[in-house]
Design a protein around this ligand. Structure first.
Ligand code: CA
Length: 254
């Protein structure tokens, strides 16, 4: 049964998420989750897809950095396999942008020794790397090892304010114990406030931390996302608007 579903998911990667979102098994950790593969060489991406799918992962493939970042935002994978040499944005820059908003584990694929040096030289928060050519089975082993390690790290990372739980390990928000769907930005926004209860946070501070210092845009973006967050958490906890400043999450009543 499980096998059939996963085989289906790998044949139709774009429908896999919607299918699983309706499947209660998804919340029970019964499948291994989604791996995003950002790689412009189709034969490598297909091979990685084949091996990871065979092992029970759902695989999303993107051939560009921009496509990868969009997929990360929309699909919230458990792990990213990231080629350094991409046609639009350099893989290291993609990783930098990922790290501005997400702790998702990243494994780099590098083609040359100088790329390895760059991956290791810059502290980008990558979790591992593999040099091409590599054995696909080795990549699967690395993926599992990184997930074991990072899941352990995040196991205790749960922030609770009132009736809202931000579960960093599961990348899940629960409102009165029920999982609620948050976009990546909404998740990071709520997390940022929940980790700083009782503190007034300016819109600029929030933008710098949640959207990243390189983000260019209007402070009203924060308000738009905050409205969504408030709608989703309802009365479970209180986010107060601080006039002329920004927002403050109220600590839960004792
Ligand atoms: Ca490449």
């Amino acid at each position: 049964m499980k096998r059939g579903r996963l085989a289906c998911a790998s044949q139709f990667p774009h429908t896999a998420i919607a299918r699983d979102a309706r499947n209660p098994c998804d919340h029970e950790g019964m499948d291994k989750g989604t791996v995003l593969v950002v790689e412009d060489e189709a034969n490598i991406a297909d091979l990685v897809d084949l091996y990871l799918s065979r092992d029970g992962f759902r695989v999303l493939k993107q051939g560009t950095g921009e496509g990868g970042l969009a997929a990360l935002r929309d699909q919230r994978p458990r792990l990213v396999v990231l080629d350094v040499g991409l046609p639009d944005i350099d893989g290291l820059e993609v990783c930098r942008r990922i790290r501005a908003t997400s702790t998702v584990p990243v494994i780099f694929l590098t083609a040359r020794a100088d790329e390895v040096d760059r991956v290791l030289g810059l502290e980008l928060g990558a979790d591992d790397y593999l040099t091409k050519p590599f054995a696909p089975a080795e990549l699967v082993a690395r993926v599992k090892a990184v997930l074991r390690r990072t899941d352990g790290l995040h196991a205790a990372e749960v922030v609770q304010v009132g009736g809202v739980v931000v579960d960093l390990g599961r990348r899940e928000i629960r409102v009165h114990d029920a999982p609620v769907d948050f976009t990546t930005k909404e998740f990071e926004l709520l997390r940022y406030l929940a980790e700083r209860p009782g503190r007034a946070l300016s819109r600029q501070q929030i933008l710098d931390s949640v959207w990243g210092p390189d983000w260019y845009g209007d402070e009203r973006t924060v308000d738009v996302h905050m409205a969504q967050v408030r709608k989703k958490i309802g009365e479970a906890c209180v986010i107060t608007t601080v006039r002329g400043v920004g927002y403050r999450m109220e600590p839960a009543a004792p």
